[in-house]
Structures are given as C-alpha cells and as structure tokens.
Design a protein around this ligand. Structure first.
Ligand SMILES: Cc1cc2nc3c(=O)[nH]c(=O)nc-3n(C[C@H](O)[C@H](O)[C@H](O)COP(=O)(O)OP(=O)(O)OC[C@H]3O[C@@H](n4cnc5c(N)ncnc54)[C@H](O)[C@@H]3O)c2cc1C
Length: 449
C-alpha cells in the first residue's frame, strides 16, 4: 500500500493549485496528485481548439508544474474513498493512505432530457482530448452546426467554429438574449454588441426558443424548436451547464447538497481531514450568503488556494463567490463582476449606478486604442460597490479584476473616486478620463440627485 501525507484527487483548475499551495505551505509533506486523464486540457481554452489553437494538444496544462513542485503524479481513477481508514482505492487495485485529502473532482456537462439527444453527432463539451478530437473530425464534414446555449461557452464555440470552416452555425437560446445569465439585463448593451458581431460573421442566433427534439435516424439531421422551427443540423453541440462530480464523496458518506460537496468557509468537508474545492464543491454568494450556482476556473483556483493552505493549519477563509466573467469575441471584450443591477434588486438591495466611457489610451489616437465603457452598481445604503460591467478591448479583461478587488474589499464610491492609479498613454486611459473613477463619480452624483 502506498502512503502520502497529502493526496489530491483531480488534476485540473482546482487540483493543481491545491497541490502547489500545499507544497508552498507545507514543504516537508509528501504530496500525491491522482487524476483520471493522461493529458489535462486547459478547460477555458477548449472553444479555441476549434479555431485559433487548432488541436487539443495545443491546449494542454503542462505537467512541469507538478514536477517542479515535487508533487508525485498517478494517472488513474479513484474508485473508492474510505474516510475512517484514510484510504483511497484506485482502478488499478492499488490503495493509497493519506493524512489529508483534497477532493477536486470537478464537474461533468449536463445532458438535457431532450428527445433524441442520444443520437450520433450530438456532442457535450467534455474535458477529454480524444472526445474533442472526435468532435473536430465530425465538424470536418459538417455543413450545418447547431449550438445549444448562448452563454459565454456557446458564443465562443460559435465564433471559433465559424472562423476556420465553411459551416452554417446556428445558436439556440431559450432566454431573450445571449450572455444574459452572466450579464443580467442591465448590461444588454454588451450582449447586443456580441449578437451584432456574431450576426455580421454570419452566425444565426435564435433566442427565446427551446430545443425540443433532435431529429434523424441514428444520426442528427435537424433539430425542432419550441416555436415550431426546424433547423438542419449534421452536428449539435450542447453547452448548457454542468453538474458537480460528487459520487465518490457521497458514497464515502460525506455531506453533499444539490450544489456539490458541502464545505465550510475553510473548504473543509464534513470530515475534518478532507477538503473540497472547485466545481465539485458547494458554493455561497459573497453578497447574500445564499447558495451560488457559479462554476468557474477562477473560482476553482481561489478555493484550491484556500484548501491547500488550510490543510494542517487554518489560515484562509472563503468570503463567498463574487463571480467574475470575461469573454472576448473579435475585438470586443465584455466582462462582469458581482451583481447586475437587476440581480441586486432581486436580492433586496437598494442600488445606485454610475457609468463612464472613454478611450483606453491617451490621446485616443494611440495605437491599439479601444473605447471602454464601465458601469458600477453600488449599495445605496452603505455605499459599497456590489457589481460592475466593462465593455471594450483587451484591457477590459484586467479592469474587471480591479473591480472585483474593489468589491471584495467592500470599497465605497468615494474610495474608488479617489483610488490611486498609474497611467501611461500607451497602455491606459487618461487619468482625467479614467472610466472606473468617473463611473464612481457619476454614481456619487446620482446618489445626491
Ligand atoms: C468550454 C469551457 C470554457 C470555459 N471557460 C472558462 C473561462 O473562460 N473562465 C473560467 O473561469 N471558467 C471557464 N470554464 C469553467 C472551468 O472550466 C471550470 O470551472 C474548471 O474546469 C473547474 O475546475 P475543476 O478542477 O474544479 O474541475 P475539472 O476541470 O472538471 O477537473 C476535474 C478533475 O478531477 C479528475 N477526477 C474526477 N474524478 C476523479 C476520480 N474519481 N479519480 C481521479 N481523478 C478524478 C478529472 O480527471 C479532472 O482532472 C469553462 C468551462 C468549459 C467547459
């Protein structure tokens, strides 16, 4: 029987940082990571396999990070967990005992209960190299591709698939607009621009309709929608969400909810020697303390860094999920952190907003300039920032992270309006026109009126 001080199950966005953080905090411990797959895909890069990066092999997390941190790797599936014996059993039959265990078993794509969904050429978005190679092959011969779901994954898939092949692409979305779950209705300006961009690329977007049936003999030939429309399809990609992988934990008797393996704010499960992080772990909102359904790699890594640090000595606590999204379609980047105005109101917050738009270089004629628009949502009662949306060029991707930092540090409009920034003509907005600061100023003005 093998033995390691720390065993991590899972080798993706949660497992790797959990193991690396454990190494940094507990240099004397032996650390073993077990994962199912030989090669680990960068999950967020999967859509780009179908266009920009070209193959699954160009979208892998290198194992070097494990080697350089002296983390032993076993590629195998953990079949059983026995918490009392502090032991896991692998598919190979080998057993490993642990002192501390981290569950980072992730999530699997949701298969909606739609008639005909089991037909050939219907693909889920699995984090699996061979599966995605099969999808690439199927797309080689496809003339008509339908994508179910117009969240950021559906949007990215559509853009990438269209980019590199001569195929008719249709996205089917039951909500009124693309990206609506991520952005809320207030930021529909961002969503509309994404729809306009995709439309110009020749991508057909059908919103407000459900996919009701997959048609064809054994292979998909068309789909039927709730509005009666039939759309030709020789491949269907389903990207509508995930469910947490909790079987191992559940069978071992750990507490599990609909949202995943139950953890406290230190990421400890119902067994004090077992931690869980990433898509498999239950989540709660930073704002309300209520369960959160968000599943993101950025959340997984944060949780992993909390779990890895806390294994032998509790030093970090999870404040709850803020939720920070970002996507780029063509030259347009749209991003969102925290609550939308509508979402905040639904949670009972009285809110005030402020907006600002300016060039993200100064003067505006500098190369690489994009117009950047920022909208901030503040809690009217205590003045704290609870949400923000950004639309612009590539610089929007980092500004949303600054907004997230402001939210997590419960900064108020006045703090942000007097935020000390660094600016340079070639890389930032002008200090006079700085969108984040001016959006806070506008919110302060709106609070007074
Ligand atoms: C197409 C796509 C695009 C995305 N884009 C973004 C993005 O831009 N930004 C963002 O923040 N998030 C994005 N996400 C979400 C992100 O991918 C997930 O939140 C992230 O992968 C979660 O990481 P995880 O480690 O918790 O789980 P997973 O990535 O699901 O990994 C689970 C790991 O556990 C292993 N495992 C499970 N069970 C066992 C077992 N019994 N034995 C051994 N090993 C086991 C698996 O082999 C795997 O290594 C995207 C997701 C998809 C599908």
């Amino acid at each position: 029987m093998k033995q390691a001080d720390v065993v991590v199950i899972g080798g993706s966005a949660a497992g790797i940082p959990a193991a690396v953080t454990a190494r940094r905090h507990y240099p004397e411990k032996s650390i073993l990571l077990v994962r199912k797959e030989k090669q680990v895909l960068i999950p967020c890069g999967i859509p780009y396999i179908f266009g920009t990066v070209g193959t699954p092999e160009n979208n892998l997390i290198p194992d070097g990070v494990l080697q350089s941190n002296n983390i032993e790797l076993i590629v195998d599936e953990v079949k059983e967990l026995k918490p009392i014996e502090k032991k896991v059993t692998l598919a190979s039959g080998e057993s490993v005992t642990y002192d501390k265990l981290v569950l980072a078993t992730g999530s699997s794509p949701l298969l909606p209960p739609i008639s005909g969904i089991d037909k050939k050429n219907v693909y889920l978005i699995k984090k699996d190299v061979q599966y995605l190679k099969n999808l690439l092959d199927a797309l080689e011969d496809a003339k008509d591709l339908v994508i179910l779901g117009c969240g950021f994954i559906g949007v990215e898939f559509a853009d990438e698939c269209k980019k590199s092949r001569d195929v008719n692409v249709t996205i089917v979305e039951m909500l009124d607009q693309c990206l609506q779950i991520a952005f809320g209705e207030e930021a529909c300006r961002c969503c509309q621009e994404v729809e306009d961009y995709l439309g110009k690329k020749g991508i057909n977007i059908i919103t407000g309709a459900r996919l009701e049936e997959v048609l064809g003999e054994d292979k998909v030939t068309a789909v039927r929608l709730s509005n009666g429309q039939e759309i030709k399809a020789d491949a269907l990609i389903v990207g509508i969400g995930v469910r947490p992988n909790v079987d191992l934990a559940q069978k071992a008797g750990l507490a599990v909810s609909k949202g995943g393996i139950i953890v406290d704010t230190t990421m400890r499960t119902s067994d004090p020697n077992i931690f869980a992080c990433g898509d498999c772990a239950d989540k709660f909102s930073f704002f309300t303390g209520q369960p959160s359904g968000l599943r993101l790699a950025s959340i997984a890594t944060t949780e992993a860094r909390i779990a890895g640090a806390n294994l032998y000595e509790i030093s970090r606590k999870h404040p709850g999920v803020v939720g920070v999204f970002c996507t780029a379609i063509g030259n347009l980047t749209v991003a969102m952190a925290g609550m939308s105005e509508k979402g905040a109101k639904q949670c009972g917050f009285d809110v005030i907003t402020g907006e600002a738009e300016a060039a993200d270089r100064h003067p505006g004629g500098m190369p690489g300039m994009s117009k950047m628009w920022v909208r901030l949502v503040f809690n009217k009662v205590n003045g704290e920032l609870v949400g923000g949306a950004v639309r612009g060029g590539p610089s929007a991707g980092e500004l949303i992270n600054t907004i997230s930092a402001c939210i997590q540090n419960r900064m108020r409009a006045n703090d942000i309006a007097t935020f000390q920034i660094g600016t340079h003509p070639a890389v930032t907005a002008s200090p006079i026109a700085y969108q984040l600061i001016n959006a806070a100023e506008m919110a302060l003005k709106n609070m007074k009126s």
